[in-house]
Write a protein that binds this ligand. Structure first.
Ligand SMILES: [Zn+2]
Length: 80
């Protein structure tokens, strides 16, 4: 008699997945990437300004690479 009720399991699952926040597509990510990196570089709260971006970058290596190269670009421009 150790059958757990579906309701409990759904609750655990939804906690694991977190709140249903906005999920960025790669296209939306790309649109916001400039702003996100600029905010990061000036030390602003980029995650608060663009919700869902960090989650997308953690799950999407292609966009994470774009972010890294854009950051390098901005940093090299700033040092000239
Ligand atoms: Zn992506």
């Amino acid at each position: 008699m150790s059958r757990s009720s579906p309701t409990d399991r759904d609750l655990v699952l939804s906690r694991l997945l977190g709140p249903a926040g906005p999920e960025l597509s790669c296209e939306e990510c790309f649109d916001q990437l400039d702003r996100y990196v600029e905010l990061e570089l000036v030390g602003a709260d980029a995650d608060c300004a663009i919700p869902g971006m960090r989650e997308h970058l953690e799950g999407c290596s292609a966009c994470a690479e774009d972010r890294d190269s854009l950051r390098q670009l901005l940093l090299s421009e700033a040092s000239e």
